[in-house]
Design a protein around this ligand. Sequence first.
Ligand SMILES: Cc1cc2nc3c(=O)[nH]c(=O)nc-3n(C[C@H](O)[C@H](O)[C@H](O)COP(=O)(O)O)c2cc1C
Length: 174
Amino acid sequence: MEAFLEFLRSRRSIRRFQGREVPQDLLLKVLDTARWAPSSKNRQPWEFIVVRRKEILVKMSRLSPGARPLQGASAAVVVVVDPDKAPITHLIDGALVSLYIQLAAHAVGLGTVWIEALKIADGLREILGIPEGLIPVSVIALGFPAESPPPRPRKSLQELLHFELYGRRGPDGL
Ligand SMILES: Cc1cc2nc3c(=O)[nH]c(=O)nc-3n(C[C@H](O)[C@H](O)[C@H](O)COP(=O)(O)O)c2cc1C
């Protein structure tokens, strides 16, 4: 149990990758695991676009400053969701499966970074031929890590916690 908690704490966003290819079967294993993510009413309103071609990764990397890590990535997985399949929760469901991709990749030794996709949705649609009705929720850039960044700071648990009522900061009502 401690090992799994430490696994969760040890994931970092990785933005620099080795040139080494990610084997296709390893990438498919990650996606095969990620599809076990929870979704509202188990609707699974997601699909995955695997991008490996360098020229496409580079094109996507130019869509925003935040997308730059795609330039050196070995591959990317673009998670698209269908609002018709889950009208209220499609973005949440898509975020959950995206995180599962990140965690499954971490488990097999791959580094990932989530590239914000909603603000570059039109560019992604054009580059990847995504139909108008589907929303790209995330682009998960991945590859074998070429960096091991220190943890980014987190808010303390104390700052986040309320007991029973909002504003009650201690279990004794303090
Ligand atoms: C919804 C979302 C959008 C993000 N967009 C970007 C992005 O466009 N480019 C980027 O380099 N990192 C992006 N990130 C990664 C965050 O910057 C990173 O998760 C955060 O700083 C915490 O660092 P850590 O993942 O190493 O713990 C995004 C993360 C999330 C969850």
